[in-house]
Design a protein around this ligand. Structure first.
Ligand SMILES: *Cc1c(COP(=O)(O)O)cnc(C)c1O
Length: 377
């Protein structure tokens, strides 16, 4: 069984994809062709953001706003330890220090109560200068922005939403990643909305920040193309990837609905296992939010046993995330945890969590098979 079946989706739109790619080959504008700005307009509309800047990856989509805010050595950016490495990597790449704040045990997102304490502890320690917060919408579920944004305002911090896993997820009537000062997403093929290579996008309503990120995306270019005004990146999205995404966007609203159905199918079946279920935690989506389920992750005290039963049935069940970020070698000595040592909730979750196959085209029969194997493990 596939963990993510990208072929089922491709079959639905293969001829449209072929035609869209052929149009790019015909016009030959491989860099910043007309599809790029058409896509940016479409993505901004869908997310409900004034502007979108496409770019070369989700990682660059995090780096562009960090560079635009001019953070560097001595600065602290608060984030979650329960994420993909690219989140703290982008912060550390600027020379700033990622400060890890533990998660809520039900949503796996950064805990706003601990966040406030963490900021206060960094302020009173006086070694680092708090500059920003980078919450992650983990597994496709938006973080608690209604609590995070007021904390940020109170302390004069920016908020960059890492919505790499959550494009189109809803939060109180709005959509990720347009829930903070600036939001980033990824179009890596396995993300909920993926292209056929690397790609990403940044969203914001802040015109001044957008101007800087537009310049940073192309080598810090200025109004005069022979005079670069800042140190930037080569972070453009390829025209061919934009053409692919424009076709995939036609399916995406329907696929978000299908994702809700597949998740409900899992939840119903696990509930039917009753008291014999080996599962101790299922995805929890707060009222007013939706998840786009970049991953469908569950927890069990008997993870190893369940994973061997799944593996024997050729059902993949990778672990997201086996180690919280503060425990990775690259982060040692370069990051810290706050308000106190370690992140016990993240560490405990990492011991029990694993992911199940998930995509919009998972069938009822496949759901039956997966849940039966787990029920019998
Ligand atoms: C995938 C991912 C990224 C990085 O995106 P790329 O497009 O692979 O560079 C960043 N943050 C999170 C939470 C991700 O899941």
């Amino acid at each position: 069984m596939d963990f993510i079946d990208l072929k089922a989706q491709q079959e639905r739109i293969r001829s449209e994809l072929d035609a869209a790619i052929a149009r790019v080959l015909d016009h030959g504008q491989y860099i910043m062709g007309p599809e790029v700005s058409a896509l940016e307009k479409r993505l901004a509309e869908f997310a409900g953001s004034k502007h979108c800047i496409s770019c070369s990856s989700g990682t660059d989509a995090l780096l562009l706003p960090l560079l635009a805010y001019e953070i560097g050595p001595g600065d602290a950016v608060f984030t979650t330890p329960f994420t993909y490495f690219a989140t703290p990597e982008a912060i550390a790449l600027t020379g700033a220090t990622p400060v890890f704040v533990d998660i809520q045990s039900d949503t796996y997102n950064i805990d706003p109560t601990l966040l406030e304490e963490a900021i206060e502890s960094v302020v009173s320690a006086g070694e680092l200068n708090p500059r920003g917060i980078m919450p992650v919408d983990i597994f496709g579920l938006p973080a608690e922005y209604d609590q995070i944004l007021p904390i940020a305002r109170k302390h004069g911090l920016f908020v960059i939403e890492d919505g790499a896993q959550a494009f189109g997820a809803e939060y109180k009537g709005r959509r990720a990643p347009a829930l903070a000062d600036v939001g980033a997403t990824s179009f890596f093929p396995a993300k909920p909305l993926g292209c056929y290579g690397d790609g990403g996008a940044v969203f914001s309503d802040d015109e001044q920040l957008l101007d800087i990120m537009t310049s940073l995306r192309i080598h810090g270019q200025g109004a005069d193309k022979y005079n670069n005004v800042r140190i930037g990146l080569n972070a453009r999205m390829d025209t061919i990837q934009a053409a692919v995404l424009l076709e995939k966007m036609k399916l995406y609203p329907e696929e978000i609905e299908l994702r809700q159905k597949v998740a409900a199918g899992y939840i119903e079946r696990f509930a039917a296992l009753g008291d014999t279920s080996p599962i101790s935690s299922m995805p929890s989506v707060p009222a007013g939010s939706t998840s786009v389920y970049a991953q469908f992750c569950i927890e069990s005290e008997r993870r190893e046993q369940i994973q061997s039963a799944l593996s024997a049935a050729s059902i993949p069940s990778p672990i997201y995330y086996a180690k919280p970020m503060h425990q990775l070698d690259a982060m040692l000595g370069r990051s810290r945890c706050a308000p106190s040592c370690g992140c016990p909730v993240s560490e405990a979750v990492a011991e029990r969590i694993f992911a199940l196959p998930f995509h919009p085209y998972l069938t009822e029969a496949q759901l039956d098979e997966i849940v039966n194997v787990i029920g019998g493990a």
